[in-house]
Design a protein. Sequence first.
Lengths: 114, 111
Amino acid sequence: GAGVSQTPSNKVTEKGKYVELRCDPISGHTALYWYRQSLGQGPEFLIYFQGTGAADDSGLPNDRFFAVRPEGSVSTLKIQRTERGDSAVYLCASSLTGLNSPLHFGNGTRLTVT
Amino acid sequence: SQELEQSPQSLIVQEGKNLTINCTSSKTLYGLYWYKQKYGEGLIFLMMLQKGGEEKSHEKITAKLDEKKQQSSLHITASQPSHAGIYLCGADSQAGTALIFGKGTTLSVSS
């Protein structure tokens, strides 16, 4: 079966621009997570959806970051006025229920802000 | 806030040798998850531990969670080049919350 799919795999953008990163979770998974990973670090939690609603957005670093999951499946992470410090690999994961079920990760989107 | 400390940060072993990676939390964990990551790829789920004293094995990899549910170890027996990669522990302190992760342990296996 298909795993978690993230597009694009690579994104290069100029400082100040707006970007959207897309995540297609495993079909039937109700929970969806966004993480950010910098080189040599573990994934840093950003936001967690249960169905269509954000169950926990405490990891979003500031109001330039926003994520949606309007139909409870595909999710989009949106970053406004990008800064060089936003450069990282953005990972999406989904799990069957979000409770006692492991996260399954996509291969990530590598974002480079020049 | 909860933090996970992994040790060692990196490890180089000769093929065929055994090794252990540790993951320690300052707080009691609800669940502990081990993942493996190769450069440029996502995390691959290995094992999940939830009960104090629990131990699970898959092929040559064994993971344990201590009775207090604050420390876990990942043991690889007779390491092979295919075991090389970054091993990450992730944990949640409450049911239904997002996982936090350690910084990872980079394993290299020389043949």
